[in-house]
Design a protein around this ligand. Structure first.
Ligand code: NAD
Length: 243
């Protein structure tokens, strides 16, 4: 039997597509959860308004909510005009989240990375977390996600903090604000008569509910081997995982 106490969750980016599903699953199983985001789109759990590039904003939310586990899903969406926003939020902002977590003695930090961190424009087949980041990243978004992910993994063990990163590929499901919207815009612009490739391109898509569940499982399995029972997976599981 595990002797672990229940975590108190803070979902950073919890007003977003993935973050919202994580919040809903936590609420459904009776966990205590708050949201930290720059915008509030839902009103049923405690909400902390703030920007992750402001360490003090994050620290205040952690302290007020009594957070023991952060799930950090925040990121600007792909396609921003000014790529500097990606580095500001995904790299500097993620570092601020780590700093605040360590300062407040948070136990766990789960990060939503992206399968794009190992994409350089060439086919990616059967790659796992042992593959290095590409020398030439595909674009600023993916480069910033890789740099943010590296910070998260390096922070494992700092001040007792345990970290893990998940790498979803394409995500579909209720609340999607990118994929179906993009496909529909292509249709509206009458661009459907183009074909890229020989009709044999493959890409991974995962239902958002499964992505959310993966975050909950990652948080659950992220335990310190010195305080866990023998059935728990230790912090060796903190390598990035392709979901
Ligand atoms: P989303 O845009 O719906 O949600 C992101 C949330 O983060 C938004 O609510 C936004 O307001 C918030 N946010 C942005 N900047 C912030 C800041 N500086 N401080 C605080 N909050 C901020 O995006 P999503 O599709 O839910 O993506 C969630 C995560 O999953 C992201 O990290 C993204 O890189 C990753 N991801 C998404 C996909 C996908 O297909 N949607 C695929 C792979 C990885």
């Amino acid at each position: 039997m595990s002797t672990q106490h229940k975590d108190v969750y803070l979902v950073i980016g919890g007003s977003g597509f993935v973050g919202r599903h994580i919040v809903e699953q936590l609420v459904a199983r009776g966990d205590v959860v708050s949201v930290f985001d720059i915008v509030q789109r839902h009103h049923d759990v405690p909400f902390y308004s703030g920007d992750i590039t402001d360490e003090q904003d994050v620290l205040n939310a952690i302290r007020k909510s009594g957070t023991t586990c952060i799930i950090h899903t925040a990121s600007p969406q792909h396609g921003a005009k000014d790529p500097s926003i990606y580095y500001k939020v995904n790299v500097d902002g993620t570092q601020a989240v780590i700093n605040a977590a360590v300062a407040a003695g948070v136990r766990k930090l789960v990060y939503t990375s992206s399968a794009g961190v190992v994409f350089d424009g060439k086919d990616v087949i059967n790659l796992d977390e042992r593959a290095p980041y590409p020398e030439k990243p595909f674009d600023a978004y993916n480069d910033s996600k890789a740099k943010g992910e590296a910070l998260i993994l390096e922070a494992n063990g700092k001040g007792g903090l345990l970290t893990v990163a998940l790498r979803p590929a394409g995500i579909f499901g209720p609340g999607d604000r990118q994929m179906m919207v993009g496909l529909y815009q292509v249709y509206q612009r009458g661009q459907t008569h183009f074909q890229v490739g020989g009709n044999n391109n493959l890409f991974d898509y995962t239902y958002v509910g499964n992505i959310a569940q993966a975050h909950l499982l990652a948080a659950e399995k992220l335990v310190d081997s010195t305080t866990s029972d023998s059935t728990s997976i230790t912090s060796a599981s903190t390598d990035a995982t392709l979901v």
